[in-house]
Write a protein that binds this ligand. Structure first.
Ligand SMILES: NC(=O)c1ccc[n+]([C@@H]2O[C@H](COP(=O)([O-])OP(=O)(O)OC[C@H]3O[C@@H](n4cnc5c(N)ncnc54)[C@H](OP(=O)(O)O)[C@@H]3O)[C@@H](O)[C@H]2O)c1
Length: 191
């Protein structure tokens, strides 16, 4: 942790081809494949902190460690947006070894990320949308698997509350890489 400027924020999304993160019953893990997951581990290792939400902790109970091939010098810290203190003491996130895990008892993403230089957001639709709506996301890393979950699947972003198209955030695609059967698309924020 260092610095006082706002962090550079990467939003990682792993979805079906039609932009869904889970079935309507919540089943979601492993939509994307092994190659995509290996890249996500390298991405985690390149960030100072991973920010997630209590919705993700309760649904998936992830450990959120960086486990890249060849190992990782330092585990990124974990920031859990959990304004009502619902994170169970038994959550896997507390079992990730030598790193700080901070439970945030408010909803201010800017304050939650303060002090970090590179933050990776790995969360559900609500935190992802809140980060976009607050103009915090500099880059999206979107892993898209060739599977369709349909309109009853959970969308990747919750409501942004846009009233006119000119208010919609716009990104420029700066990379597309095949990851096994999946595609990794990189987008940088331009507006
Ligand atoms: N495919 C992927 O990339 C991926 C990654 C992660 C999760 N998921 C899936 O996402 C689903 C969970 O989605 P989710 O939207 O419920 O979880 P989430 O975005 O991880 O967490 C949402 C919760 O965060 C808390 N929160 C605190 N500050 C907030 C803020 N500023 N804005 C919004 N929420 C804030 C709220 O709970 P309080 O009001 O109690 O604080 C809210 O209910 C699961 O099905 C999971 O499998 C998919």
């Amino acid at each position: 942790m260092s610095g006082t400027a706002s962090p550079r924020v990467t939003l990682k999304l792993a979805t079906s081809l039609d932009g869904k993160i889970a079935l309507s019953n919540g089943a979601s893990q492993w939509i994307t494949g092994r190659e995509s997951r290996a890249v996500v581990h390298r991405m985690r290792a390149a960030h100072d902190a991973i920010l997630t939400g209590i919705g993700t902790i309760l649904a998936d109970d992830p450990m959120l460690t960086a486990r890249p091939e060849g190992g990782c010098e330092r585990q990124p810290d974990v920031i859990v947006m959990d304004s009502q203190g619902r994170t169970p003491a038994s959550a896997q996130v507390f079992k990730g070894g030598d790193r700080a895990v901070t439970l945030i008892p408010h909803r201010d993403l800017v304050r939650a990320m303060a002090g970090y230089e590179r933050v990776m957001v790995e969360a559900g639709a609500q935190i992802a949308a809140a980060a976009i709506a607050a103009d915090l996301v500099d880059r999206i890393e979107w892993f898209r698997a060739p599977v369709l979950l349909g309109g009853d699947g959970l969308p990747v972003l919750a409501a942004l509350g846009l009233e006119t198209l000119d208010k919609a955030p716009i990104f420029s695609r700066t990379g597309v890489v095949e990851r096994g059967a999946d595609l990794q698309e990189t987008y940088e924020r331009i507006r």
